[in-house]
Design a protein around this ligand. Structure first.
Ligand SMILES: Cc1cc2nc3c(=O)[nH]c(=O)nc-3n(C[C@H](O)[C@H](O)[C@H](O)COP(=O)(O)OP(=O)(O)OC[C@H]3O[C@@H](n4cnc5c(N)ncnc54)[C@H](O)[C@@H]3O)c2cc1C
Length: 289
């Protein structure tokens, strides 16, 4: 079996050069909590692994345009320790912090969780609900993309050969707004979501919802932005009727698999219930309760 080459670039430019010059398939390595498992199981056999953790830009969290720029290799433990991000976007942080155990938290990154392409990835629905974008670098330069446009199906992304995610941008949090992420797993921890729901909403001074985004995980081949669910909340006071309309839109958007973790009917029902609960938490955060 041929050897796997390993590179540790120190800059984004160097990483792009390594990936572009790879003989055979190249894989980016962040925390390795997905990639190393896949390597050991023989699911992947790249010619080159490019460790992006030594690039300072990928490990930083900084303020930008009233929002936050988060390096793609920042771990769950690092983001969870950032009080400013946690205050502004608690739903995004709770999505990433739900991943694995204390050991996994020290390594698992936002970039890895997204680019691994799992439909059940816990940070992705919250990032989509937050309208987060990615800064991508590759052989043809850099580009921006919405988080919801990165994954194309289980284990697949729209990233072109040699491209990788450098950072995420979380926009400025409007006044009177809040977000939340909830998942259902069959155990209390260390399991894959049967359903995940992320909600972000904003209210005006009278408590009327002015914008809302709802995203679901584990109910389709990739995390889905349920536009109709967001629309069902806008113009309402997020009352029971609006929440039921939102839940119905969520159920309509579900195209889940049927497996040992949940049947199609169960996942579909739970999607509506979880989205409602996440919306209530986001509402409480928006009103400062
Ligand atoms: C015990 C255990 C429990 C887990 N529990 C959960 C859980 O509860 N919820 C959950 O969602 N996941 C869970 N996971 C999966 C995993 O921990 C997460 O998906 C994690 O966020 C992956 O991040 P990483 O930095 O380790 O990615 P890596 O393993 O380094 O990379 C994952 C994939 O993404 C690619 N990649 C990484 N970074 C980038 C980038 N910046 N640009 C482009 N491609 C990139 C890699 O090439 C690879 O294909 C668990 C894993 C284990 C081992």
């Amino acid at each position: 079996m041929s050897e796997i080459q390993f590179a540790t670039p120190q800059t984004v430019k160097e990483a792009v050069k390594c990936l572009a010059g790879a003989k055979g398939k190249a894989r980016v390595l962040a925390g390795g909590t997905d990639l190393l498992v896949q390597l050991r199981a023989g699911f992947v056999r790249p010619g080159l692994i490019v460790d992006i953790k030594h690039i300072p830009e990928l490990r930083k969290v900084k303020r930008e345009d009233g929002g936050f720029r988060i390096g793609a290799a920042v771990s769950g433990a690092e983001l969870g320790a950032n009080a400013a991000v946690k205050k502004a976007w608690p739903g995004v942080v709770e999505g990433l912090e739900l991943i694995g155990s204390t050991q996994i938290q020290g390594r698992a990154s936002l970039g890895g969780n997204l680019c691994n392409g799992s439909p059940a990835a816990d940070s992705v629905p919250a990032l989509i609900a937050a309208a987060a974008t990615c800064h991508i670098a590759g052989p043809k330069g850099t580009r921006e993309a919405k988080v919801e446009d990165i994954v194309s199906g289980p284990g697949k992304t729209t990233l072109k050969p040699g491209e990788f995610v450098v950072s995420f941008f979380l926009p400025k949090r409007p006044k009177r707004s809040g977000d939340a992420y909830l998942r259902l797993i069959p155990r209390t921890e260390m399991d894959i979501a049967v359903v995940g729901a992320g909600v972000s909403l904003a209210l005006d001074s009278k408590g009327v919802c002015t914008e809302a985004r709802v995203a679901l995980g584990a109910v389709a081949p990739k995390a889905v932005l349920v536009k109709a669910a967001g629309k069902a909340l806008v113009g309402t006071k997020v009352d029971d009727a609006a929440l039921e309309a939102m839940a119905a839109a969520c159920r309509d958007a579900c195209k889940p698999i049927d497996d040992k973790r949940g049947t199609v009917a169960y996942r579909t029902k739970v999607a509506g219930v979880l989205a409602q609960r996440a919306a209530r938490i986001a509402l409480a955060r928006a009103t400062g309760e």
